[in-house]
Design a protein around this ligand. Structure first.
Ligand code: PRT
Ligand code: ZN
Length: 299
């Protein structure tokens, strides 16, 4: 019964994606109560339960239809897709949404001072990684033959230990590479978190909730930077004002009682409104400027 009516979503139990995943779900309106074992979260106000697992297990859980949905890094998904393909198995997960967290890149890095021109410079080198399939695809794409040294972690110290000449690992700020005297030479994959789902048809109730969740995620992601701006301006300055409003489509223009040559303008700006923009608007004749955060948006 439950299997047919409640969605099951896999989320990383404890790691970089945990807080932003729970945050986006909360912003989508989900109230979760977590049991003592902390392995399951029960959706109190939506038929959606969260299963907390290691990120590497998320594609498998969706693949095996244990979970309907998963929140995981594109790097994990793409590595898994290639690993399955290598075994002649088709990946059973569809990407539904790109999410605006978990940003990083899978890069190849070499010790400082190494001569590097292009991918050809990797020929014959030993490259340590936890992403052998993505690295293999990159090398094949560039027609380079190199030795892939598959490790389960601590990739960044492999060159110092003499186990590799280069590494292929995730980078976000670059400080881990710098601390290990490594420099990035190639980007293999630009990554971010994604929402995946099973391609298997879901019961209509569940499907309807997936659609609702997606609409809410879109709303949440759109409003992040959005601002609602209100101002007064001379009618004659309208074209200039519209040009200055960042990312706004069609502002609402309201006549001002007793001031035929002035109007009030209300607009949603899809980008942040900086002081510089406000100063520009003021210089164009605007007054009574007010910028408000947007909490929810539904197109
Ligand atoms: O226990 P579990 O298996 O669930 O967690 P995990 O240790 O495998 O994953 P975790 O929490 O480290 O990362 C989860 C996901 O976050 C990854 O799959 C990526 O999609 C994403 N992500 C974003 C990152 C990073 N940024 C990142 N910087 N994952 C790992 N790193 C590591 C990287 O491997 C390197 O060791 O951080 C170091 C580099 O960081 P900088 O900032 O020094 O460049
Ligand atoms: Zn992991």
């Amino acid at each position: 019964m439950d299997k047919d009516t409640r969605l099951k979503l896999a989320v990383q139990k404890s790691g970089r994606l945990t807080d932003p995943s729970l945050d986006i779900l909360a912003r989508c309106g989900l109230k979760l109560s977590r049991g003592k074992d902390q392995l399951m979260g029960f959706g109190e106000n939506m038929p959606l339960d969260v299963l907390f697992v290691r990120d590497d297990d998320i594609p498998d859980l969706v693949q095996e239809d244990v979970c309907d949905l998963g929140l995981v890094g594109l790097n994990v998904i793409e590595e898994k897709r290639l690993a399955l393909a290598a075994r002649g198995v088709q990946a059973n997960f569809d990407s539904l949404r790109k999410l605006d967290f978990g940003r990083c890149r899978l890069s190849i890095a070499m010790p400082e001072g190494t001569n590097y021109e292009d991918a050809g410079s990797l020929a014959g080198k030993r490259i340590a990684t936890t992403y052998p399939h993505l690295l293999g695809q990159f090398l094949a794409h560039h027609g380079v033959e190199a030795q892939i040294v598959t490790l389960s972690g601590a990739v960044e110290i492999a060159p110092r230990l003499g186990r590799a000449d280069a590494i292929c690992d995730l980078v976000s700020t670059g400080s881990t590479l710098a601390a290990n005297h490594l420099v990035e030479v190639e980007t293999v994959l630009e990554s971010h978190a994604v929402l995946i789902r099973t391609p298997i048809a879901l019961a209509p109730v569940k499907n309807a909730w997936v659609e609702r969740l997606l609409m809410r995620i879109d709303g949440v992601q759109q409003v992040k930077e959005s601002k609602y701006i209100m101002l007064h301006a001379p009618r004659a300055a309208l074209p200039e004002i519209r040009r200055l409003l960042p990312g706004s489509e069609s502002p609402t223009i309201i006549p001002l009682e007793g001031h035929p040559d002035r109007v009030a303008i209300h607009a949603v700006c899809r980008e942040n409104v900086f002081w510089e923009t406000l100063e520009g608007l003021k210089a164009a004749g605007a007054s009574a400027l007010l910028v408000l955060p947007v909490e929810k948006m539904l197109a």
